[in-house]
Design a protein around this ligand. Structure first.
Ligand SMILES: [Zn+2]
Ligand SMILES: [Zn+2]
Length: 116
């Protein structure tokens, strides 16, 4: 059984701008077991997607071999660069049309962020 090799993010208000590896309080090494060829457990992936620092979410998006579920969550990111890049990845890898109204429902209360 492989182990997760990700940093595990713990939301800590005073640590909003710390990056993985910089700080051991809001980012701890995770050692949870993972299945198949994954190097990160589902809990770490969800924690990273919830991380307020967009640099961290962009780093996740730039990783190879992301699963579709992760990319779909990033496609709803409030940071437009991430959402657009994730939607493009969905279209390229899985044929999901970015503007298909059925494929990417907006979360409740989400009004969108204008580009300009
Ligand atoms: Zn920290
Ligand atoms: Zn983990």
């Amino acid at each position: 059984m492989a182990k997760c090799v990700s940093w595990r993010y713990t939301p800590t208000p005073q640590h909003a701008s710390h990056l993985p590896g910089e700080c051991r309080e809001c980012w701890e090494p995770c050692t949870e077991k993972v299945v198949k060829k994954r190097s990160r457990c589902a809990g770490c992936t969800k924690a990273i997607i919830a991380c307020p620092d967009h640099r961290v979410r962009r780093a996740l998006l730039s990783e190879e071999n992301l699963d579709r579920e992760t990319v779909e969550m990033l496609a709803q990111d409030q940071y437009p660069m991430i959402a657009v890049a994730a939607q493009q990845m969905l279209a390229d890898r899985w044929g999901v049309q970015p503007h298909d109204p059925g494929s990417l429902p907006a979360p409740p209360g989400y009004e969108g962020i204008p580009f300009d």
